[in-house]
Ligand binder design. Structure first.
Ligand code: ADP
Length: 838
């Protein structure tokens, strides 16, 4: 933003929901909305200037220009204090009124161009002067009285010893407020009075009077937006008159009290006033606050080092005013220390057969994974003090990684905390912000411990593969430290600044994609792979877990809703296309909602069958792609592995007259492009054998395209499929639509093994493919494929591209020969009979 040498210009805007501020004083503002926090941050980076504008309707969350009053106040940010997480208090000096001419930006915060408000008046100069003098005299009286009473209250506070709460004195509040104001400003009544009497500007006078009056929001708004000085004076005068009378009366009562009451009574009254002041200002008695924290500290099992740090802050707090920013920073810190579960651990109950029962009860299938987890728990039982390996559950979304983590925690009797790392870019999110930052907080690890309430919880670090790193630091380096048994005994969070022992925490990580996890991090972990489910497995999970869970969550009793297998199968086949069961669970929830509505409308009990699904979920979302296709020249189904499970992928090839160029589109990565080049080279070198006309190859360009261009595709595993597509395009032999192929190819036409076989085959099965070709050397991986899928699919192994070509490519269609038949040499055959017209 531009540096401001004069009022007019562009400033960040702070919209105020309920408050209205006028110029001429210093005061705090609470900031909670994110855009407001941004605006404050932007201003503090620049020249600390900001424009404060009240909203017309406090209910609007994201105000636009028409939701704001046209006049606001330019203010200088003096200090920003963190209050509680996400809330700040900014101390501002409110400077002058400005007119908001236009909002020049609304995101990430409002920015307005403003001009100064030009005061004017329709009244005569004399009338204006007379009115100004009247207001000034009243104001001087009010200020003088208010400050005098405030300073008396201040000395009262000093010598009173005992508190009492059996007296009620409303006026006490008022004087008390003044007392605090005076305390803040430390103004001598006489000096302040003289300063008022020296004022001649009617508008400044009005602004100066506002802090001494208790005006309603509407009155304050009128004073803010009114530009006629006379009207402003007239508006404020009655309130000033009232205030002057109240203060006079109060002074009289004070004098009485002085004269006749006993010292005890007086003390009681004053104590009570003090309590009211504090209530009114939302402050507590500083000492009570510190005492309470000190007591909590005594009860806490904090180690000595932490205790010393907390004590130091508490003694600092004892010497500060509770309204000072440092006080609140120190207090939040001590509270954070107290909230950590120092010395609290839960006792492990490692009973392998009980753990097996829990795992079985909460998850269908996953036999290998369960076996691996039980082994892991058994080792823990035998060697509880050894740092076991960290489990990494890897697999597509919705296969139960996170919920397995929860089951492990419950089978150990430990607390469970899920820490999501997806999209964490800033190291501070893991390790906390230093306390010097506005709004500093501990990082997610410490926050997780606080949430767990024990030092030995199970932390599920979700999506560890999505830790990103950029210029804000490298969160994976911080994670490395967290997971390193050599270092995590003394983990130091930037906010806490004390070593915290993480060595008893059991970490379980989850990930979709191993490629994006840094090698050092991967080395610390022991991987357990989970793969996608077959339709049959999904059916079992839905019947045993998802349907009972969703019906219960929707308040449907058992006999109220029955979802038949046929309906579940229909949802699996036609409404979801995923490796896991996340969307399946969502769609089943939609079925439950539908049933809940019908039952609320009077239906007795509902039984859903296949035919009822469309009525509840709408038209079918997925049709088996291949069922729709017919065999085509140059189009083949490949298989892809993605972090979210396997998928089928079409490869399209076209040839047209040209110079033998190769064009590749559809966001292919470099490795895949090289595969395509190898495919073309192999086809060329084998053209004669494949019955492809060599001249045609020389005089044609080739275009290979992978639809769904928005998705990046890479890797060598489409090699064989690419080769088949190219051969098909040149030989004009169509490719069977029920065949899918995966495998790398080399220039000799060998089919080389590839990864992700299980996910790819499951995807092919989901898509309705009948024959899957994979390299011979992937035979062992095929054993992982569930029996029901193997029974349904014809899985073939190939050593060479030719093996796939022989099955996937049909015979060339009999096309009319485009070349004219070469006439036989003259004289060799029967002479044509020529009939001439007679
Ligand atoms: P992930 O962490 O792998 O993305 P979740 O653990 O969030 O998956 O699982 C999504 C939903 O599917 C959860 O409600 C979970 O309980 C359920 N779920 C997944 N796999 C199974 C399974 N094998 N048995 C029972 N429920 C399962």
């Amino acid at each position: 933003m531009t540096k401001h040498t004069e009022t007019a210009g562009q400033y960040p805007v702070l919209p105020l929901r309920t408050e209205v501020q006028l110029p001429g004083h210093v005061g705090p503002l609470e900031i909670g909305r994110e855009a407001s926090v941004r605006a404050i941050e932007a201003a503090t980076r620049d020249d600390n200037l900001i424009v404060i504008v009240p909203q017309k309707n406090p209910a609007v969350r994201e105000p636009s220009q028409r939701d704001l009053h046209e006049i606001g106040v330019r203010a200088e940010i003096v200090q920003v204090v963190k209050h509680s997480p996400g809330r700040f208090t900014a101390v501002m000096r409110f400077m002058d009124r400005v007119r908001v001419d236009a909002l020049v930006a609304t995101d990430p915060f409002l920015v307005a161009s403003v001009t100064p408000v030009q005061p004017h008046s329709t009244a005569t100069k004399e009338a204006l002067t007379a009115m100004t003098v009247k207001v000034r005299d009243y104001l001087a009286a009010v200020v003088g009285d208010a400050l005098t009473q405030a300073s008396t209250d201040k000395s009262d506070k000093k010598d009173s010893k005992k508190a009492s709460d059996d007296d009620d004195d409303d006026d006490g509040k008022e004087a008390a407020k003044e007392a605090l104001k005076a305390k803040a400003k430390d103004l001598k009544p006489e000096v302040a009075k003289q300063a008022i009497l020296a004022m001649t500007d009617p508008d400044k006078l009005v602004d100066a009077a506002v802090p001494y009056l208790e005006l309603e929001r509407d009155d304050l708004t009128t004073l803010l937006i009114e530009t006629d000085s006379m009207v402003r004076l007239q508006k404020i005068l009655p309130s000033l008159e009232r205030r002057a009378t109240v203060l006079r009366l109060k002074a009289d009562i004070g004098a009485e009290l002085e004269g006749e009451s006993s010292r005890n009574h007086r003390e009681r009254v004053l104590r009570d006033r003090m309590r009211q002041i504090q209530e009114e200002l939302g402050e507590q008695d500083d000492n009570a606050d510190v005492d309470e924290l000190r007591k909590k500290l005594d009860d806490s099992k904090m180690p000595d080092e932490a205790r010393a740090a907390a004590k130091k802050q508490l003694s600092r707090m004892g010497q500060m005013s509770s309204s000072s920013p440092e006080y609140n920073i120190a207090r939040t810190y001590v509270e954070n220390l107290l909230e950590l579960p120092w010395g609290v651990t839960t006792e492990d109950q490692i009973d392998v057969s009980a753990a097996r029962a829990i795992l079985e009860a909460e998850h269908s299938g996953l036999d290998k994974v369960k076996k691996r987890i039980l082994e892991f728990l058994a080792v823990r039982k035998l060697a509880p003090d050894k740092h076991g390996p960290i489990l990494l559950l890897a697999g597509p979304p919705g296969v139960g990684k996170t919920s397995l983590g929860r089951s492990i925690a419950s089978s150990l009797g430990r607390k469970y905390v899920r820490i999501s790392l997806g999209g964490v870019r800033d190291e501070a999110e893991v390790r906390g912000h230093r306390r010097t930052y506005i709004g500093a907080l501990p990082g997610r690890i410490i926050a997780g411990l606080k949430k767990a309430g024990s030092m030995n919880p199970v932390f599920v670090l979700d999506e560890i593969d999505k830790l990103a790193s950029d210029m804000r630091g490298d969160p994976s380096a911080a994670m490395l430290e967290v997971l390193d048994p050599e270092q995590n005994k003394d983990f130091v969070d930037h906010y806490i600044e004390l070593p915290v022992d993480l060595s008893k925490v059991m970490f379980i990580c989850t990930a979709n994609n191993l490629d994006t996890i840094s090698q050092p991090l991967l080395d610390r972990m022991e991987m357990v792979e989970l793969s996608g489910y077959t339709a049959l497995e999904k059916l079992a999970i839905a019947k045993n877990h998802l349907v009972p869970k969703q019906t219960a969550e929707h308040g449907l009793e058992k006999d109220k809703l029955v979802i038949e297998d046929s309906a579940i199968k229909e949802v699996i086949q036609s409404y979801t296309r995923e490796a896991g069961v996340r969307n399946l669970e969502r769609e089943l929830a939609a079925l439950c909602r539908n049933a809940a509505v019908r039952i609320a409308e009077g239906a007795e009990a509902i039984r859903m069958e296949k035919g009822d699904v469309a009525a509840a979920l709408g038209p079918v979302k997925f049709v088996a792609d291949d069922a729709e296709r017919t065999p085509e020249v140059g189009v083949i189904t490949g298989l892809a592995w993605t972090p979210v499970g396997g998928d089928i992928m079409f490869i399209e090839t076209r040839t047209y007259p040209g110079k033998g160029d190769l064009r590749l589109t559809g966001q292919m990565g470099d490795v895949m492009k090289e595969s395509a080049q190898a495919a073309v080279s192999w086809m060329r070198s084998n053209a004669a054998r494949l019955g492809i006309d060599h001249d045609k190859v020389l005089n044609s360009d080739i275009h290979i395209h992978l639809p769904q261009g928005a998705i990046k595709k890479d890797g060598p595993s489409a090699g064989v499929a690419l080769t088949c597509a190219v051969v098909s395009a040149f030989s004009k032999r169509p490719i069977r639509n029920d065949v899918a192929i995966t495998g790398e190819v080399d220039l000799r036409g060998n089919a080389l093994p590839v990864g992700g076989i299980k996910e790819k085959v499951l995807a092919a099965h989901r898509a309705g493919i009948k024959i899957v070709f994979m390299p011979e050397r992937n035979r062992k991986d095929a054993e992982e494929i569930p029996a029901e899928v193997r029974a349904d699919l014809d899985i073939r192994f190939m050593k060479k591209v030719d093996d796939a070509l022989a099955v996937a490519l049909g015979p060339a269609p009999k096309l009319p020969d485009p070349e004219p038949a070469i006439p036989p040499p003259s004289g060799a055959g029967p002479k044509p009979t020529v009939t001439l017209p007679s």
